[in-house]
Design a protein around this ligand. Structure first.
Ligand code: MSP
Length: 498
């Protein structure tokens, strides 16, 4: 079975921030999970490099836009390397293949009559790269209704995408398949917006120089959002009207601020092209500081590099995926971060592994006990695997982690109850044999979330990484061969002093 997951492509006018990291880590976690459950995964991410905003940022730096884009897309790639992001393809909208896709789609829709020529007269917000209907603006104070910044007045010849034509089809599609929009509480916002009436969308700009050229006689640059959304088609080699075997996307992760583009314009373009729509479009919430949105001008932006350097990649990944149910907003604070780190990672998981291995060394000379598992523990493991699968299918990271941590708790409880350090040796062997089996299954369950930690545990359990990478998640991973010696031991997490 295939699994196609996407992130938005990120604007490169600024450095990667916690919001970019959030979606990308989430997509990585899904990819890793579906890989270890045996699926053929395609994970697409990349950078959105056209538009006025980018051109302005390059100018400020005194660089050509091409130089600037090359430099910034590398910065994003480095960040993903640092975070262990296992993408299949990194797309840049300045790539030739993508430019060809966009022109091809434009031509096809013109032939269909879904793109026509007209004139745009209205407002445009550069930071949001969005056309704003006159009705949404007070002419005495022309600011963007979304971001509050000043807007530009435009009056120019333009090509339009016939979005209004798809109003009814979109509504009836959502009625049949409401689960396309996730979390479910976002659906109403989308259907309300469509029901208020859709207007055709201007998809060219006369004067933006940094964009894909339209395939029309008189040249225009194609509107950045029309260009950007099509990256999901370029990613699967859309050519001759046919995407490859990964189509349609199984999960498209986005932030809540770009839900309308993805749940209205994007499906309408796909309908116009006669392509299947994505299975799920999942809008996550925003990270705030206090209750405020992060912004440079407020000086409250969280620098991901700093956090990773202090708490490790896994500490960072764990916090983002565990702290807030995916879909809701989350308030970042260092205090919350440290509390999570100390209690879940250092205390619960770190201590389980530490205590178990210390005892194995002391009582069994480092030979990992194996072979015994009680039926209670086996039932707990079965239900964890089942529940984690349910939550991962629903893109509920925090809930999946909560399940896994319940199992971590079971083994800590087992140690406390059986006290292998004072028990007769046979009983100690049974207890530790179960803990080792448990640690092994847990190392695979947490792998999508904190892969570096799993690798450390595999070393301790003497499981080769190359072997581990081929394992499909199931109970067989608990079977540690008789006589296996514990491997190199590394501290998983060091408690952070407050
Ligand atoms: N280029 C467009 C997307 C085109 S996709 C066809 C874009 N780029 S962006 O760089 O501005 O934003 C990318 C993502 O980052 C969005 O999904 C947005 O929601 C997310 N975030 C930006 N700040 C955020 C937080 N503070 N918290 C969580 N995510 C936020 O939009």
């Amino acid at each position: 079975m295939k699994f196609y997951v996407t992130t938005p492509i990120y604007y490169i006018n600024d450095q990667p921030h916690i919001g970019h990291c959030y979606t990308t880590i989430a997509a990585d976690c899904l990819s890793r999970y579906h890989r270890i459950t045996g699926k053929d995964v395609f994970f697409l991410t990349g950078t959105d490099e056209h538009g006025e905003k980018i051109a302005q940022a390059a100018e400020k730096k005194g660089m050509t836009v091409q130089q600037f884009s090359d430099q910034m897309s590398e910065i994003f790639k480095k960040m993903w390397e640092k975070l262990g992001i296992s993408y299949s393809r990194f797309i840049r909208t300045t790539e030739v293949q993508h430019q060809n896709t966009v022109r091809q789609v434009f031509k096809k829709l013109m032939e269909n009559g879904d793109i026509y020529q007209g004139e745009y007269a209205g407002y445009y917000c550069i930071p949001c790269e969005f056309f704003i209907p006159k009705t949404k603006i007070d002419p005495s104070k022309p600011v963007c209704p979304d971001c509050g910044r000043e807007v530009k007045i435009l009056k120019e010849k333009s090509y339009f995408f016939r979005l209004s034509k798809y109003e009814k089809s979109l509504l009836s599609y959502l009625e049949k398949k409401p689960e396309m929009i996730q979390p479910p509480f976002r659906l109403e916002e989308v259907t309300n917006f469509i029901s208020q009436g859709l207007t055709d969308l201007s998809i060219t700009r006369q004067h933006t120089v940094w964009g894909i050229e339209s395939p029309t006689e008189e040249k225009y640059s194609i509107y950045v959002w029309f260009d950007a959304l099509l990256n999901y088609l370029t990613g699967v080699d859309y050519a001759d009207g046919k995407p490859n075997k990964y189509w349609p996307p199984d999960v498209q992760l986005i932030g809540k601020d770009i839900l309308r583009f993805h749940s209205i314009i994007w499906p309408a373009i796909l309908m116009a092209l006669g392509l299947e729509l994505p299975e799920k479009i999942f809008a996550h919430g925003w990270w705030t500081v206090g209750s405020e949105k992060m912004s440079k001008s407020k000086g409250n932006v969280i620098n991901p590099v700093e956090l990773i350097d202090r708490f490790g990649v896994d500490g960072f990944r764990y916090f983002l995926l565990r702290e807030v149910p995916f879909g809701l907003d989350g308030e970042y604070s260092e205090e919350k971060f440290i509390k999570r780190y100390n209690s879940d990672l250092a205390n619960d998981l770190g201590n389980l592994v530490n205590r178990t291995i210390n005892l194995v060394e002391k009582l069994f000379n480092g030979i990992l006990p194996s072979g015994f598992i009680s039926s209670d523990i086996e039932t707990a493991i079965d239900s964890t695997i089942k529940n984690v699968d349910h939550y991962m299918t629903n893109v509920s990271f925090s809930e999946a982690l909560t399940e896994i941590w319940k199992l971590v708790g079971e083994f800590n409880k087992l140690l406390d109850k059986e006290k292998p350090w004072t028990a007769p040796i046979d009983s100690a062997k049974n207890t530790l044999s179960q803990c080792i089996a448990g640690i092994s299954i847990i190392s695979f369950l947490v792998y999508p979330f904190i892969p570096e930690t799993s690798k450390k545990i595999w070393k301790i359990l003497n499981i080769e990484e190359s072997v581990a990478n081929k394992i499909i998640l199931n109970k067989d991973v608990m079977k540690i061969p008789e006589g296996t010696k514990a491997g190199k031991r590394e501290i998983l997490f060091t408690r952070i002093k407050i």
